[in-house]
Design a protein around this ligand. Sequence first.
Ligand code: SF4
Ligand code: SF4
Length: 93
Amino acid sequence: MNVVYISIGIVVLLWIFGNLHRRRKNRNKVICVVESNCSGCQCCVKRCTRHVLEMVTDETKIHVAVKYPYKCTACGDCLGKCKFNALKLVERI
Ligand code: SF4
Ligand code: SF4
C-alpha cells in the first residue's frame, strides 16, 4: 500500500514542478496569432479559461485575435488545441 502512496506522491510532485518550470520559462511571453493560418474554428477560444482570445471579422475572413494580452499567463493550453499552427508564444514587449 505504501508503494501506491509513494507513487502517487511522486506523480503529484512531478506535475507541480513541471507546471512551475513551465510558468517560469514563459514568464515574459504572451500569445500571438498568425492570422493567415487561422481557420476560425474557435478551439483555442473555448480552451482559454482567462478569456484572452476573441473571434473578430475583417474584410477577408473570421479569425481569432488577442483581445486581452495582459490576462495571458502564457500557459500554452490554447497552443495544444490549434491544429493549424496559428498560435505562438512571443516575448512581451
Ligand atoms: S497561453 Fe494560456 S492564458 Fe494565454 S491565451 Fe493561451 S490558454 Fe489563454
Ligand atoms: S484553434 Fe487555431 S485555427 Fe482555431 S481559431 Fe484558434 S488560432 Fe484559429
